[in-house]
Every structure is written in structure tokens, then in C-alpha cells.
Design a binder for this molecule. Structure first.
Ligand SMILES: CCCCCCCC/C=C\CCCCCCCCCCCCCC(=O)SCCNC(=O)CCNC(=O)[C@H](O)C(C)(C)COP(=O)(O)OP(=O)(O)OC[C@H]1O[C@@H](n2cnc3c(N)ncnc32)[C@H](O)[C@@H]1OP(=O)(O)O
Ligand SMILES: Cc1cc2nc3c(=O)[nH]c(=O)nc-3n(C[C@H](O)[C@H](O)[C@H](O)COP(=O)(O)OP(=O)(O)OC[C@H]3O[C@@H](n4cnc5c(N)ncnc54)[C@H](O)[C@@H]3O)c2cc1C
Length: 665
């Protein structure tokens, strides 16, 4: 069978695109030079034959998958080192990074992930200059491979409840690390099982019996030559999981393991030789790596979704099913408006969080500069933003990744579509780096505090400045500005009614803690509403800013997506808007019409928009989403890789089925 180069359906779709795809790719990459750099790295990475899988991962055993992931991680590290890639994790000079390239080599994650994403950043963020000089170089050269060991069997969320102890012994100038109970065993850190030889251990510091809170320690756990666990170290892998099965998440316990005093990372807090503790200017600085990772999750969530929606939209353009009109051929399923409803919001949501992630990264960098000169004023706002945007990006994108999978019908259930794996790694972001409900409650805590201070005349921080506005009813306005104002009213309404409930509960005799718990469903609603208002505002303002520099054709499409995002959210959150604004049934009817018109308007650009994410086939790793659109041929080729297809009759037939058939079992 000779194949055309591209499925004619996709050819037709590409011919209707109204904007320059390369221009959008450059915008999403934050600059043409970033696109060029990313493509150069991809050319290099995908030309390395050792990085290709001969047998799909899902047909390997757990052990083989791990060994394959290690082999590829090592080759990939070498290739990235040769191409000079350091950005994306360590010294990110601009906003694009190589995570997506990196991830595409591993459908289910790399055991080195935590080295790049948390071990090295913690050394850089929490070590003093001498410690950075020593450990950063060793880590960069992969002389030491590490992870971030914080979560324990008994506690992940409640960090103050962690049990691992680091007791200072003044006589030997050492810390003694100990795991006093089963529940104190570290549990979850990526790579910890059999990969890392060092780790950052978050442990309760004790000096002369007095506790000084959680501090970061750099601890060697395996011999650098033999890789055997060091005496007193109990380490292993935690077992199979929903996803990330090649990340080698591990457990770790200590039996009185001694480490030198200088292995406590001492940028913020210090312990002197004679056991004097000097506290950091702000105790929450020890949580700094988590803030950074939460900030970066917003971008990860957007990229998981953009990969899933690329697969689903390309597949929907080549898949034909049922009848729209009796006398016409079966249409592309993308012509069904319900299919457009499922998928176009995925493109818009991915844009929304991508542009927000760039903005949030700038806020984070700005804060870091202020922190370096001892100004912590913005820490509460940054903490609230990082928590809340991590939550809504991870939950929205994961929900939409799953929607993409379901929109591909049965074939979306195939591992070879890569949609199940994308769902797995995406849903993990709802749990790791702070479970989502807990992160919303942290956000609510900051909002309630700001609200109460504001009511006493204290100024609000920029993302809360609209709290100061009088909540006067005004006519519904369906413009972008009008919808944004409406969502800010929802945010104010939900926060003020949560605060009233808190006050009523305490007045009725509940303690502050019980009142908080009783009102917590409202509080997470208020936190989410604030996050929504932030995303709506930033997405719109960023597109207005970029709109001044891009071509009119691209500007028009970007605004179609912003409008779609706004109108979709308005219809989704209709209940809240009916409660807190002047939205009427008539407005809803006209918004529904507007939404349907927008789907129709975006339809000719759907393939162009997903092409602009610029995911090579190697990155998408999907039978359904390839650029050429030959989904059925790829499904069949991949199916033939199943080890069961290597022989026409499996031996189990003779062993079990035949005796059963013959009644001889
Ligand atoms: C040369 C080659 C180079 C190669 C380059 C390769 C490039 C390839 C690129 C990439 C490849 C890798 C790809 C990586 C992808 C990324 C994958 C990431 C993987 C991450 C895995 C996950 C890791 C983890 O999960 S680590 C564990 C995370 N754990 C948590 O998040 C725990 C959650 N719990 C908490 O944070 C806290 O306990 C709490 C906040 C819930 C409560 O803390 P608390 O009890 O101490 O606080 P209080 O509630 O009492 O509040 C006190 C006070 O403090 C404020 N607060 C709390 N936290 C913070 C904070 N972090 N910052 C600032 N302030 C904080 C709080 O609001 C209170 O304030 P008040 O003013 O109200 O008192
Ligand atoms: C794929 C993956 C990778 C991970 N990698 C690492 C790693 O590298 N290093 C590391 O240290 N950790 C890692 N973790 C652990 C992760 O950070 C924790 O699992 C996460 O922070 C959630 O904590 P938990 O498991 O204790 O959840 P729990 O706190 O036990 O949550 C269970 C339920 O209790 C609720 N809950 C808990 N506290 C409250 C509260 N105060 N108010 C209201 N509800 C509450 C939650 O909302 C949730 O519904 C990883 C986890 C996963 C899934």
C-alpha cells in the first residue's frame, strides 16, 4: 500500500487556516530564537538512536522499564550536556524550556526528574555560597544524583508533623538522622528507590533536646562506587502507581545515620559548631523549593493539555463517523459541534495557562530579587498565587486531558494514543507539591487575612486590589471587561460571605479552628474564584499586550480564543454569576449564541492552532495525533508490536484452553 504524504482531511484543514502558524509558534515559545533553539535541541535529541524504544514500554516488565528509563536518562543527559542545555531548570534565562522534549523521551517519566526539578534547585536556593560551590558542581556533573525527600508515610501535607529527626551532636559536630517510627519513613521521592545516591532530607532539627523546625539536609544514602546503601540507611522502591512508573519513587529510613554539620543547607538558618541556632529572617523560606515547583507546574499543566488537544483535534479531523445529513458522506467528527465544544476549550485553556505561567514566572523572579535584599512583603501574595494557580491549572488541564481522551472514543483508550499516559502524569499534578484542596485552603488563608487587613484600611496587593471596590450591582456587560468585572464580583461575594460565616461561627461559640473547618467548603470556593479572576485578567492583559506586536490575522485568532475562554467560563459558572451579578436569562441566551458562533469561527483554524504548538511526532508519541494523520495505519503497526502477535497460537492454548475444550482439565 502506498501512502500519500498527508491524510487529505488534514491537508484540507491546513488550507483553511487564516493565520501564520510559525508566528503563533514563536509567540508560544516566547520568541523566534527560542523556537529555533528548541528545534535544534529536538533535532539532536531525536537523532540519537539509543533514545528510541524498539519495544513499546507497556510491553516490558516493571524492572525492564526501569532499566530502559535509566539507560535513556543517561544518554539524554549526555546529549543535553553536549547541546549546552542548562536552562529550564537551573538558570532559566527566558521562559521556554526543554521539559516537553525531555518528557517525550519517557512516556512515564525519568528517574532523574527530581535531580533536575528539585534536588539541584534546593541546593541553589537553600545552600550558602560555599555549599552551592561544592554541591552544585558535583550535581551538574552527575557525580551525585539526588532527590527531594520530604513526604513520609504518615505525613505529606502537614510538614510540621514530619517525624524524621536531625539531632545535633556538638561533640562530633554532626547531625544524627533517625526515623523513629514506620510512619516517619520517607515515602514518594522520585528516583529514591534505586537511582539516587544523595538526597535532600527535610527533617526536624533538634539541638540539646529543643526543636527548631524543619530544615533541609544533604544526605548521602549510597556508596559512590558500589551504590550499596550506606550503613543505617533503609531504602527501596514503593511499587507500581497510576503513572510515573519509571520514576522509581522510593522509601527511606535512617537508623542513627551521622552526617557532618555543614550538610545542613545553611543559606537561611544556621547551626554553629557549638550548637547555636540562628533563625532565618522568615521561617517559610525553608519551603522555597515548593513555591518554585508550584510556579512551574502551571506551565507543565498547560503543556500536557496542549499535547492531548493536539492529538484529539488531529484525530477528530481524520475520523469520520455517523451522519450529519442523510445524503452526504460521514462527516469528520470535528464537524459535530459537541466535539468542538469538548476540544476547542482545550486550546484556549492551554493558551490561558501558558501565558499565565510566563507572567507568574516573572512575578516569581521579581520576588526572588526582592527576597535577596531582605524584602519579604510579597511572600504571602506569591505563596497564594503559586498555590492557587497550581490548583486550578492542574485540575482544569487534567479534566480536559481526560475529555480529550474520551473525545477519541475507543481509540483514545489505547496506550499507543498516549492519552492515558498524559492523563496519568497530568493528574499527579493535582496531588504532588501540595494536594489541591490543601493548597486552596492555603490560598483562602491569605485571602481572608488580606480581606480583614483591608477592612482596617491596609492596602491590597495587586492581584487583590479589586477587593477595595464597592460591590454595587451594575447592568450585565458581555464584553471581556464586563465579564472580568463580573468574575471579580463573584470572587468578592464568595470571600465576603466566607468571612461572614467564619465570624458567625466564632460568635456562636466555635473556636477559630472549628469555624474554619466548618466554613472550609465555602473557603475553597472563594479561593478558586480569586484564582479564576486572576487567570481571566492575566490571560486577557497578556493577549492585549502581545496583540500590539503580532499580525492582525493572528491577533484576531488569539482574541477568538480569549473570548471563547471567557464565554465558556461564564456559562460554566452561571450559578455563581446569577447569584453575585445581574446576569439574566436573556444574557445567558445571547451568550450561548455567542459561544456557538465562536466555535464556528474557530473551526477552520482548529488544525492550524494545534499545529502551532509545534509538537513533533516524537514528542506526541501518539498513533492518533501524528502530523500526517494516518491514525489507522499507525494503530495497526503498533498493535503488531504486541508480543502476543509474534506467534499465531499462544502456548496457553495447548496448556489450558484445549484441555478445557476437550473436558480434560
Ligand atoms: C546539563 C544537563 C542539564 C539537563 C537539563 C534537563 C532539562 C530537562 C528539564 C526538565 C526535566 C525534568 C522535568 C521535571 C518536571 C517537574 C516534575 C516535578 C516533579 C515534582 C514531584 C513532586 C515533588 C513533591 O511533591 S515534594 C513534596 C511537596 N509537599 C508539599 O507540597 C507539602 C504541602 N504542605 C505544605 O506546603 C505545608 O505544610 C502547608 C502550607 C500545607 C502548611 O504548612 P504549615 O503548617 O507550616 O503552615 P501554616 O498552615 O501553619 O501556615 C503558616 C504560615 O506560613 C505560610 N506559608 C505556608 N507555606 C508557605 C510557603 N511555601 N511560602 C510562604 N508562606 C507559606 C502560611 O500561609 C501561613 O501564613 P500566615 O501569615 O497565615 O501565618
Ligand atoms: C507522583 C507523585 C510524586 C511525588 N513525588 C514526591 C517527591 O519527589 N518528594 C516528596 O517529598 N514527595 C513527593 N510526593 C508526595 C506528595 O507531595 C504528597 O503526596 C502530597 O503533598 C499530598 O500529601 P499526602 O499524600 O500526605 O496527602 P494527604 O494530606 O494525606 O491527603 C489526603 C486527603 O486529606 C485531605 N487533607 C489533608 N490535610 C487537610 C487539611 N489540612 N484540610 C483539609 N483537607 C485535608 C486532602 O485534601 C486529601 O483529600 C509525590 C506524590 C506523588 C503522587
Amino acid at each position: 500500500m502506498t501512502l500519500k504524504k498527508v491524510n487529505p482531511d488534514l491537508e484540507k484543514e491546513r488550507s483553511t487556516c487564516t493565520f501564520n502558524i510559525e508566528e503563533l509558534t514563536n509567540l508560544l515559545d516566547t520568541g523566534a530564537h527560542c523556537t529555533a533553539e528548541r528545534r535544534a535541541v529536538e533535532d539532536k535529541v531525536f537523532s540519537v538512536k539509543e533514545l528510541k524504544d524498539e519495544i513499546p514500554d507497556e510491553f516490558l516488565s516493571h524492572k525492564e522499564r526501569y532499566e530502559n528509563a535509566i539507560r535513556k536518562s543517561v544518554f539524554l543527559h549526555k546529549v543535553l550536556q553536549e547541546t549546552g542545555v542548562k536552562r529550564g531548570v537551573y538558570n532559566r534565562s527566558d521562559k521556554s524550556d526543554f521539559r516537553t522534549t525531555y518528557y517525550s523521551i519517557f512516556k512515564d517519566g525519568s528517574p532523574f526528574m527530581l535531580q533536575y526539578s528539585m534536588f539541584v534547585p534546593t541546593i541553589l536556593g537553600q545552600g550558602d555560597s560555599e555549599q552551592v560551590e561544592l554541591w552544585y558542581k558535583r550535581a551538574l556533573n552527575m557525580e551525585i544524583i539526588g532527590t527531594y525527600a520530604q513526604t513520609e508515610l504518615g505525613h505529606g501535607t502537614f510538614i510540621r508533623g514530619l517525624e524524621t529527626e536531625a539531632v545535633y551532636d556538638e561533640k562530633t559536630e554532626e547531625f544524627i538522622l533517625n526515623s523513629p517510627s514506620l510512619s516517619s519513613y520517607k515515602w514518594w521521592p522520585g528516583g529514591l528507590g534505586h537511582t539516587t545516591n544523595y538526597c535532600i532530607v527535610m527533617a526536624q532539627l533538634k539541638i540539646k533536646g529543643k526543636p527548631y523546625g524543619m530544615q533541609p539536609f544533604i544526605v548521602q544514602i549510597r556508596d559512590e562506587e558500589t551504590h550499596m546503601p550506606l550503613p543505617g540507611v533503609k531504602v527501596g522502591e514503593i511499587g507500581a502507581k497510576l503513572a510515573f512508573n519509571t520514576v522509581n519513587n522510593g522509601f527511606l529510613g535512617f537508623e542513627h545515620v551521622r552526617i557532618p554539620r555543614r550538610h545542613m543547607l545553611m543559606r537561611f538558618s544556621q547551626v554553629s559548631k557549638d550548637g547555636k541556632f540562628t533563625s532565618s529572617a522568615n521561617p517559610k523560606l525553608a519551603y522555597g523549593t515548593m513555591v518554585m515547583v508550584r510556579v512551574t507546574i502551571v506551565n507543565s499543566a498547560a503543556t500536557y493539555l496542549s499535547r492531548a488537544v493536539t492529538i484529539a483535534i488531529r484525530y477528530s479531523a481524520v475520523r469520520h463517523q455517523s451522519k450529519l445529513k442523510q445524503n452526504e458522506p460521514e462527516p469528520q467528527i470535528l464537524d459535530y459541534v459537541t466535539q468542538q465544544h469538548k476540544l476547542f476549550i482545550g486550546i484556549a485553556t492551554s493558551h490561558a495557562y501558558m501565558f499565565c505561567s510566563y507572567w507568574l514566572w516573572d512575578v516569581y523572579v521579581m520576588y526572588q530579587k526582592e527576597q535577596n535584599v531582605g524584602n519579604f512583603d510579597r511572600l504571602p501574595e506569591l505563596h497564594a498565587l503559586a498555590c492557587c494557580l497550581k490548583v486550578i491549572s492542574s485540575s482544569d488541564c487534567t479534566g480536559l486531558v481526560e475529555k480529550c481522551r474520551m473525545s477519541c472514543g475507543g481509540h483514545g483508550f489505547m496506550m499507543s494514543s498516549n492519552l492515558p499516559q498524559l492523563y496519568g502524569i497530568s493528574t499527579a499534578t493535582c496531588t504532588y507539591e501540595g494536594e489541591n484542596t490543601v493548597m486552596l485552603l492555603q490560598t483562602a488563608r491569605a485571602l481572608v487575612k488580606a480581606w480583614e487587613l483591608g477592612s482596617r484600611g491596609r492596602p491590597f496587593s495587586p492581584t487583590m486590589s479589586y477587593f477595595a471596590e464597592k460591590n454595587v450591582p451594575s447592568k450585565w456587560d458581555s464584553s471581556l471587561e464586563g465579564i472580568l468585572n463580573a468574575f471579580q464580583k463573584v470572587s468578592i461575594g464568595k470571600l465576603s460571605s466566607s468571612v461572614s460565616s467564619l465570624q458567625e461561627y466564632t460568635k456562636s461559640g466555635l473556636s477559630a479552628e472549628d469555624a474554619w473547618n466548618k466554613a472550609s467548603v465555602q473557603l475553597i470556593g472563594a479561593a478558586e474564584a480569586w484564582g479564576r479572576a486572576v487567570v481571566l485578567s492575566i490571560y486577557k492583559s497578556e493577549i492585549e499586550r502581545y496583540g500590539q506586536t503580532v499580525s492582525p490575522a493572528l491577533k484576531s485568532v488569539l482574541f477568538d480564543l480569549v473570548e471563547l475562554y471567557y464565554v465558556h467560563l461564564t456559562l460554566e459558572k452561571m450559578g455563581d454569576l446569577l447569584l453575585y451579578t445581574q446576569l439574566s436569562e436573556k444574557d445567558v441566551v445571547s451568550l450561548r449564541k455567542k459561544y456557538e458562533d465562536l466555535l464556528e469561527k474557530i473551526r477552520p483554524n482548529a488544525i492550524g492552532l494545534v499545529d502551532a504548538f509545534d509538537y513533533r511526532d516524537e514528542v506526541l508519541n501518539s498513533t492518533l495525533g501524528s502530523y500526517d494523520g494516518f491514525a489507522y495505519e499507525r494503530l495497526m503497526t503498533e498493535a503488531m508490536k504486541s508480543p502476543l502477535n509474534a506467534e499465531p497460537v499462544n502456548q496457553s492454548f495447548h496448556k489450558y484452553i484445549k484441555p478445557l475444550m476437550k473436558g480434560k482439565l
